[in-house]
Design a protein around this ligand. Structure first.
Ligand code: ZN
Length: 256
């Protein structure tokens, strides 16, 4: 359902400045929260990033890594997907890599156990809207708000109370309004620097070559775990992750 069509926005995103990235002082203290929606199922409270309280973050589009100049951010979009997300999670676990999962609200609602698994494995959540409308930047503020805030609620409910820490507009269709809205909800607008174009099935070698040649553009790499056959994505990650380690990169999260 999360199809990517029309990539004209891509240059726009790339044009977005690597930019000033204010490091928000993150409180990692979990405070117990009444959780009426859980029906007795205990939310996993061990996740270090669980932040029930909402703290406003910067509204400009983040690209930098919290690991600094030698950090890379693996970001994985459009899931969770019952076929591909478990395989991606297994590969990341075997590789000792933490990533950021930009989830579509309806997918999160449909597969809450996968959302919980993503959190339990130490990854972070990102709001990728309810229905992945790549033209949302041309629509009303009420529509943008519904897309962002409903997805925030759907993802947070599916996770058992762990909130998304980022907001990535589908296809990079950010607006000043949507960035400010997400930031006010503690979700840092999240861009990317390296687009593997895995949704176009370019071939594993091409995807790996893209990462190798474009990682100098910046640290945030885009993959997908839904929206079609992701076998190439898995194969590319299997090559890319060890290569990045060999180059001296460490795996982090986008700055907030
Ligand atoms: Zn997407």
């Amino acid at each position: 359902m999360a199809k990517h069509k029309g990539r004209a926005w891509h240059s726009r995103l790339l044009a977005a400045a690597l930019g000033v990235t204010a490091m928000a002082a993150a409180t990692s203290v979990w405070t117990a929260q009444a959780d009426p929606g859980q029906g007795g199922a205990q939310a996993r409270v061990s996740a270090p990033d669980a932040q029930p309280q909402v703290t406003k973050v910067a509204a400009d589009i983040a690209h930098a890594s919290d690991r600094g100049a030698q950090g890379v951010n693996i970001t994985i979009d459009d899931g969770p997907d019952p076929v591909w997300t478990p395989q991606v999670l297994r590969l990341l676990k075997d590789s000792g890599v933490k990533a950021t999962f930009c989830m579509v609200g309806t997918q999160a609602e449909a597969y809450p156990d996968l959302v919980k698994q993503v959190v339990a494995d130490g990854h972070r959540l990102c709001d990728h809207t309810v229905s992945h409308d790549t033209a949302m930047d041309g629509k009303s503020e009420a529509y943008q708000s519904q897309q962002i805030l409903d997805a925030e609620r759907m993802i947070t409910k599916a996770s058992g109370g762990v909130r998304p820490q980022y907001y990535r507009a589908p296809g990079g269709a950010f607006t000043p309004y949507s960035r400010q809205l997400a930031a006010s909800r503690g979700m840092r607008p999240l861009g990317w620097n390296v687009d593997t174009k895995d949704f176009e099935h370019p071939g594993v070698d091409t995807m790996v070559a893209t990462v190798k040649s474009e990682i100098s553009n910046g640290p945030t790499i885009l993959f997908h775990d839904a929206g079609g056959d992701r076998a190439q994505t898995l194969a590319a990650l299997r090559e890319v992750l060890p290569w990045l380690k060999e180059q001296g990169y460490s795996f982090g999260f986008p700055v907030r």
